[in-house]
Design a protein around this ligand. Sequence first.
Ligand code: SF4
Length: 124
Amino acid sequence: MSERPRFIMCICTGECPGFSKLDLWKLINFVRNELDVEYAIVHPQLCVDDGERFLRDHLKEGKTNTIYIIGGCDPRLQKKLFKDVFKEKGLDVDKQLIPLDLRNMPTEEAMKKVQETVERALKG
Ligand code: SF4
């Protein structure tokens, strides 16, 4: 079996109307308790300076196949925002980042989307 993926929920400061339907703690506790992830964490805003510093610390240096699933905004935007830090750590953003758009989604739907993504990541 592949290495367990890591899940980071980027909650866009908690003020973004795009996440108003989402019960953050229900989602994150479901992911960490029910899904086969290494762990699940919440970050308030990955795309600003402290978020980038966090990712730089958090991502495992090169030569790993660890998959990082990031719940947040538009996947293309996420790739654009995070590609430099993935590259800096020697990681392949196209293979090791799975960005998920969880905006404007009720909690159950977001849970299902993360579950399907984790299951796919585990199958490799
Ligand atoms: S990465 Fe996306 S979801 Fe996260 S704070 Fe930035 S805009 Fe919001």
